[in-house]
Each structure stands twice: as C-alpha cells, then as structure tokens.
Design a protein around this ligand. Structure first.
Ligand code: PLP
Length: 364
C-alpha cells in the first residue's frame, strides 16, 4: 500500500515520449531493477506480465513456439500448478509430446527421472521451484545441471519460492505479485539473455514485444518494492517463518490425534505446512476455522458441486479420502507466535467438534 497508493497517481503511459510518459517509464525501470535485484539477474532479463499464470504460459508456449525443431518434446511434473499443467496440455494440442513425471510420497521430483525422460527432441523441461500445496522444494540446481549438459531449456514456476528462499536461476523463471505481498494481477518472467521466446499475445512492442499491452506501472512499482523488501529480509524472514511453521506443526501433532504433516521429511518452504486430519473432511474444518477468523486452504477444487481432491495430494499417493482431510496453512509477514497458538487451539476444538458430530467418519 505504501508503494502502490502514491504510484496510482502516475498518469503517463510508459511508452509515451512526453515527460509524463518518461516519468512513468522511470518508475517502471526502477521496479524492473528491484525485481532483478531479488532474482539476481539483469533488469533487461525481467518481463512484466499480468500474473504468474501468464508468466508460466509465456515461458512454456513461448519457448516451444520459438523452436523450429520438427519434433518437440516437453518434460514436466504431475504436481505442477494448473498455470503450467494446462499450458503443457495446450502444447500437446499443438503437436508437442509431453512427459509428466510422477513424484513419490516425498512430493519431490527425482532429477534422475528428468535425465531418463530426456530425448533428442526435448526442447524444454518445466519443473516448479516449490510446490504450492505441500511447500516441497524441488532440486532445481541438480535438474539445471542435467538440462545444461543436455542443451535443453529449463523453466521453473517460482511463484511460491521467490522471495522466500534463495534462487539459482534456470533459463526461465516465473513469479507472481500476491505471493510476496504485492497486488494480485501482476507477475514477471525472468528470461535469460539469449533465450528466444515467441510471444503468446500479439500487439505492441512493450516488454521487448514479449508481453504486448500497456504496462501496469503502479502494480509493477508495488511488485518492485515487495521484491526489494523480500531481498533485504530473506534470511531473517525465512528463519522467523520456519520457527512459526515448526511451532504450528508441533502444536497440532501434540494436540490432535491422527494428525500428520505431509512431506514433513522433504525440503520445504519455511512458511507452508500441509496437514492431514484423519477421518475429517477438510471443507467443514476450513469453514469452522474461517468462523474463528483463520483463512486456510483445502487445495481441492469444487467443480459441478462435487469437491474433487487435490491432484497434488493424490499424486503423492494419498487416497481420495485422505486428500479430502488435508488443509494447507501458509504463514506470512505479520504473523505472530500468539496467532499460531490461537490457530492450534482453534484447530484442536474444531477437529474435536467435527469428530463428535461424525464419529463414524472420524474412525473410518
Ligand atoms: N504457480 C503457482 C505455484 C502458484 O501457487 C500460483 C498461484 O497460486 C500460480 C502459479 C499462478 O499465479 P497467478 O495467480 O498470479 O496467476
């Protein structure tokens, strides 16, 4: 809000050559430097987009469409966000062969699987940096070594990881504003110098022609400020959030029978915890917590009235019922130990109440 509200008064269009336009352009370029600072790249390697989804689509479809290879193959993973999964499905419709790597109970892609899936016609590998439901951090460095050696491009959806853990950039890396406390509806794609991409939108020459459309300068300014804050506070905030996450998990495990932290032994983001409550349906638990003032996520999609269990939780081997009993907790800037303790209390009470209402399900 500190950065965004004054920036809303920027009147000029960053593509205009008059003074008002140039003032807007300066703000946009300052924001680009700040995002580049967080990612550790050159400002000219940052392309602003309208969302993380758009950045993922641009990376995947853009890299594939820019390749003139007669046969094209793409490798991704089953636990990716729909912004990646559905872009890969679209690529498939355009004739690209797609390998979707399974993950085991760890929720982590095995770099050996990436190596084994490579083919002479592989153009791109797209593996997320951190999973949005489980928080599991993928071995991006090891995967990058494999793709580099094979001369294949590597894209990573960094939406959940950027600003929370350090990144060693692959060739393409997507971020999104609202995961680092800037507004929803702004994202960016890092495009390594020399990587050729085709645009997925057609229009003006903004963002080097890669993302036509007048830039949203106020949102870029807010993203830049948030990126700068995250860069300055990365390690302190990671330890603070990691301690709160551990406090939450220990509190839940000691107070609630049958609770289990998913992928607890895997490398994870410091702020994300996915917990399974046996015999409980996540939706009523989510609502019970909401009534007590806590906003959590069930990670399941409600389509045509039926609650489908999360594709990520079933991908790590949970049954549909187990997956339905999971909730994701995300901690962020401003959260305190007192709030975490109150959440543990609210969870213990809500779970006990739901188990009293439906005791059969609780033991079934
Ligand atoms: N990728 C991941 C891992 C996400 O968690 C999200 C958003 O939740 C996205 C992509 C999409 O970002 P956006 O909502 O900005 O399109």
């Amino acid at each position: 809000m500190e950065a965004l509200v004054p920036a809303l008064a920027i009147y000029g269009n960053a593509s205009s050559i008059h003074q008002a336009g140039q003032a807007a352009k300066q703000k946009l370029e300052q924001a680009r430097r700040e995002v580049a600072g967080l990612l550790g790249c050159e400002p000219k390697e940052v392309v602003f987009t309208g969302s993380g989804t758009e950045a993922d689509n641009l990376a995947i479809l853009g890299a594939l469409r820019a390749s003139s290879a007669p046969r094209k193959h793409l490798i991704t993973a089953t636990i990716e966000h729909p912004g990646v999964l559905k872009a890969c499905t679209q690529a498939e419709r355009e004739g690209v062969e797609v390998t979707r790597l399974a993950v085991g109970a760890s929720g982590v892609v095995d770099p050996g699987d990436v190596r084994r899936a490579l083919r002479p016609e592989t153009v791109l590998v797209s593996i997320m940096h951190a999973n949005n439901e489980l928080g599991t951090v993928q071995p991006l460095g090891e995967i990058a070594a494999i793709t580099r050696e094979a001369g294949v491009l590597l894209h990573s959806d960094g939406v959940q990881a950027a600003g929370k853990i350090a990144v060693e950039l692959p060739d393409l890396y997507a971020i999104s504003g609202h995961k680092i406390q800037s507004p929803k509806g702004i994202g960016a794609l890092y495009v390594r110098g020399g990587v050729s991409l085709a645009p997925v939108l057609y229009g003006g020459s903004q963002e080097r022609g890669l993302r036509p459309g007048t830039e949203n300068v106020p949102y870029a300014v807010a993203l830049g400020r948030a990126a700068a804050w995250c860069g300055e506070n990365l390690s302190a905030e990671a330890s603070r959030l990691g301690a709160l996450r551990d406090r939450l998990e220990q509190g839940v495990l000691s107070r609630i029978d049958g609770a289990k932290v998913n992928c607890a032994g895997s490398p994870r983001l410091p702020n994300t915890s996915n917990i399974q409550f046996s015999g409980i349906n996540g939706e009523p638990l989510l609502i019970a917590l909401d009534l007590r003032g806590f906003a959590v996520s069930s990670g399941s999609a409600c389509s045509s009235g039926a609650v489908e269990p999360s594709h990520v939780l079933t991908a790590i081997g949970l049954s549909r019922d187990e997956a339905r009993g999971c909730l994701r907790f995300s901690l962020g800037r401003g959260h305190t130990a007192e709030q975490v303790d109150a959440l543990v209390e609210a969870l213990a009470e809500s779970v006990a109440q739901l188990r009293r209402i439906a005791p059969a399900a609780a033991h079934g």
